[in-house]
Design a protein around this ligand. Structure first.
Ligand code: FAD
Length: 390
């Protein structure tokens, strides 16, 4: 058994770490200042500039196939790099990426939607959630009705990330209510904002915010169907599946950075004539955090490795997402506690992480949905206790 990284994996991970440390972390104080003034920590133009700088470092399109100019990295390497990105709270991401399901586009759609998204010239969002259907995504009601060569789309999508900035949406609509979404009655459409939908910003605990998308008789040409008629639900689940190991990968980076801050504080802050780190109460919080962080790391890497083996990663990804999201919430809470009153202030980024990481237990499948998947796999004998070593 070998738990080490290959020389190549280590080299790429270290270069990503260098980039984040040298180019992104120096922007943190300014990002915090702006966010407190209710502005984006990083303006879109600044993000673009950083992404182009990263491109010169060799980082462009982590998951994008080489034929589209990307790095086409293994899932393990993508996970390692997303962990590095998690170390900074500046809302940075490497460029050259597109939603995984846009590769189901036909040649014409690829030219119009996929390629400009990879280049950063267009911004996409993905919409399946509705006011009446979140966890129960198969219960969507947003409708698409055929009208000659077009479809007429009606309904509301909600909590859509990038929904305010996107110039097109990949939206999942019910095209055959008889069949239902899961039974082949849902279809994915590529819909430009210019075709007539509008967005409304939703305020949340976190920085930035998702949007509601409102469609009132939006006319969409038949050629804008992504994939096949009836394939929409399947594409939706493919889109969501991708984040299941990347969200906890990001959580690892946040927890590592926050825990490092707590260790430094425990080693310097004094009460009752000695450093707080000398108290067992503080030591236990550090120890529990380190153990949980390490446990999450191996669940995440195992999930990514399962993707690389070409095996079904759903069970291992659900375990990684459930545990990783819970872990980072517990770690950030302890780190805040160790910092006392300072942890609660906006001078430090801890309260910001506290708000940010709460989302990880909710989006792209809540804790409860991950538990449901894991338990169902066990009960029907699909997953074996002991995983691939069993
Ligand atoms: C900031 C943010 C960004 C998002 N981005 C996107 C996006 O880009 N695109 C998109 O389509 N969606 C997006 N979402 C939606 C997100 O995926 C949903 O909010 C999530 O799936 C939960 O759905 P819901 O909010 O309707 O909660 P509900 O499904 O109503 O659930 C409410 C509670 O009941 C629990 N629950 C539900 N069913 C069961 C059950 N059977 N057993 C036990 N417990 C259950 C849930 O776990 C939860 O705790 C985003 C959400 C947020 C907050």
């Amino acid at each position: 058994m070998d738990f080490s990284l290959s020389d190549e994996e280590r080299a790429i991970r270290d270069t990503a770490r260098q980039f984040i440390t040298r180019e992104v972390m120096p922007l943190e104080q300014e990002a915090l200042r702006r966010e407190r003034a209710h502005r984006p920590g990083l303006e879109p133009g600044e993000l673009r500039e950083l992404q182009l700088k990263a491109k010169k470092f060799g980082f462009w399109g982590l998951s994008t196939p080489a034929e589209y100019g990307g790095m086409d990295l293994s899932a393990v390497l993508q996970s390692l790099i997303v962990t590095e990105v998690g170390r900074t709270f500046v809302q940075f991401r490497f460029g050259g990426e597109a939603d995984n399901i846009l590769y189901h586009a036909n040649d014409e759609q690829k030219r119009e939607y996929l390629l400009p998204t990879i280049e950063g010239d267009r911004i996409s969002c993905f919409a399946i959630t509705e006011p009446g259907a979140g966890s129960d995504a198969a219960n969507i009601k947003f409708s698409a009705r055929r009208d000659g060569d077009d479809w007429i789309l009606n309904g509301e999508k909600t909590f859509i990330t990038n929904g305010n900035d996107a110039d097109f949406v990949i939206v999942v609509a019910v095209t055959d209510p008889e069949k239902g979404a899961r039974g082949g009655g849902a279809t994915a459409f590529l819909v430009d904002r210019a075709m007539g939908w509008r967005s409304e910003f939703i305020q949340t605990m976190g920085e930035g915010g998702p949007a509601s998308l409102i469609f009132e008789d939006v006319r969409v040409p038949h050629r804008n169907i992504l994939g096949e008629v009836g394939q929409g639900f399947e594409l939706g689940m493919t889109w969501i599946g991708k984040g299941r190991y990347l969200i906890p990968s990001n959580a690892l980076g946040i927890a590592e950075r926050a825990l490092t801050m707590a260790i430094e504080y425990a080693n310097t802050r004094e009460t009752f004539g000695r450093r707080i780190g000398e108290n067992q109460a503080i030591q236990w919080m550090l120890a529990d955090s380190e153990v949980e962080l390490e446990a999450a790391r191996w669940l995440v890497l195992r999930a990514a490795w399962t993707v690389d083996q070409g095996e079904d990663p759903r069970h291992s990804s659900s375990m990684a997402k459930l545990y990783g999201a819970g872990m980072v919430n517990r770690v950030v809470d302890r780190v805040l506690q160790i910092h006392g009153g300072m942890g609660y202030t906006r001078e430090l980024p801890i309260e910001r992480w506290y708000r940010q990481v709460r989302l990880m237990r909710i989006y792209e499948g809540t804790d409860e949905m991950q538990r449901l998947i894991i338990a169902r796999d066990l009960l029907r004998g699909y997953a074996r206790i002991g995983g691939h070593l069993a």
